[in-house]
Design a binder for this molecule. Structure first.
Ligand SMILES: [Zn+2]
Length: 397
């Protein structure tokens, strides 16, 4: 396909078009159609991937996803993002319509402006400019989901599983989450801590406090278990990550009587862990500790675990420095490589390829009056354009 056979896309107009679609998770409302039209016009082969199943919040969900690729050569540089947005909260508290895309004093208002319809539009616009100039050496792709802000069961995770099973090769991926802290381009995210929740129940035998030999009190047992877990040093941390941390978040016995030994004691804890650990490794450790105490005391201890994301780190290297160099060349500041913050879909993509997050300033994300200065959208487009050409150049086989 010839370069320049299409028009250059304006990032502000595309952001506005996307904001005007109320795609609150899990609803799509045509958001993916808008994107597919733009990408088809740029010569991408678009493939819709619809996944259905339990939503995790009580009903079934039907989720739109899109994988689009232009070219077959290596390297394949992917952009990942989500078209779904969080609910608007209190409509009366908004000074502009959350789905109108109004610009006031050069600032574009609307749900998804920074998280992350603006980021998607900026990358699409950057791609249109790159392609208008010259044919690329390599491939560009998009992995877009409609299920990031929700339970994320039928989004990026399943697209990644499908692509991996098919042998699709992606060499590097930029996720367009609003990674910047205070100024555009001041921060990229190169990793995240993992998160594990564990629910603990110790089963005793109820009885009268005056006749302890006829009862079995679970409270001292859960206290001993929690004290052991809390005293354990998981690791010392390393340059990119603080030490892994276990927090006991609640202890519940719920016993209203002063003369009863309770039958059950419950507790919950959360572990935020660095890549020294895996969710399964931590679960094994917790189960061993509980098993040992159960053997000592004869009281049954049950644990339930839910790992909502593994820890990962994209090591410094050609990809990370190519992105840092490109951002610095365009925006005049070198982004700090950080591992702070919550989880994102990067946790699924890291099984395919090196991944990092680069996007707008996240200050108003998930808030009332979410907004982005139009100048910042254009500046991000400039930075993305340089990122695309620099990464493709440096990852040439
Ligand atoms: Zn987001």
């Amino acid at each position: 396909m010839n370069a320049a056979s299409h028009s250059v896309i304006d990032p502000v107009e595309l952001t506005r078009d996307l904001i005007r679609i109320p795609s609150v998770t899990p609803a799509d409302e045509g958001a993916m159609d808008v994107l597919e039209r733009a990408l088809t016009g740029l010569g991408f082969a678009c493939r819709r991937m619809v996944f259905e199943g339990p939503s995790g919040v009580g009903h079934d969900a039907r989720i739109e996803n899109l994988y689009a690729r232009r070219g077959t050569a290596s390297p394949n540089l992917c952009f990942a993002g989500h078209t779904d947005v969080v609910p608007i909260g209190d409509l009366k508290a908004w000074s502009a319509g959350p789905f109108e895309g109004e610009t006031r004093d050069g600032v574009l208002y609307g749900r998804g402006a920074v998280d992350m319809k603006g980021g998607i539009a900026a990358w699409v616009a950057a791609v249109s400019r790159v392609l208008a100039r010259d044919e690329i050496e390599g491939s560009l792709s998009f992995l877009i989901t409609g299920d990031e802000e929700g339970p994320a069961l039928h989004g990026t995770k399943r697209v990644v599983q499908t692509l991996a099973a098919e042998g699709e090769v992606i060499d590097a991926c930029v996720v367009g989450e609003p990674s910047s802290a205070h100024h555009l381009g001041d921060m990229i995210k190169v990793g995240r801590r993992g998160s594990l929740n564990t629910w603990i129940t110790v089963f005793g035998k109820q009885g009268h406090v005056a006749y302890p030999d006829r009862a079995a009190n679970p409270t001292p047992v859960i206290a001993r278990l929690l004290a052991r877990l809390d005293a354990h040093v998981l690791d010392e941390g390393y340059p990119e990550f603080p030490p892994s941390n276990l927090e006991i978040t609640t202890i519940d016995v719920g016993n209203p009587a002063s003369n009863i030994i309770p039958a059950e004691a419950k507790a919950r804890l959360n572990i935020r862990f660095n890549p020294t650990h895996t969710g399964d490794g931590l679960i094994d450790w917790l189960n061993r500790e509980a098993g040992a105490l159960q053997a000592e005391t004869g009281l049954r201890i049950e644990l339930e675990h839910m790992c909502s994301g593994e820890a990962f780190l994209t090591e410094p290297g050609v990809f990370v420095s190519a992105v840092q160099d490109a951002v610095e060349a365009v925006l005049g500041r070198r982004p700090e490589a950080s591992t702070t913050g919550g989880t994102s879909d990067a946790r699924f993509i890291r099984s395919l390829c090196p991944v990092l997050e680069l996007g707008l300033v996240g200050q108003t994300m998930h808030q009332v009056d979410e907004r982005v200065p139009e100048a910042e959208l254009r500046a991000l487009t400039d930075a993305y354009e340089r990122v695309i050409t620099t990464v493709l150049e440096r990852l040439q086989p």
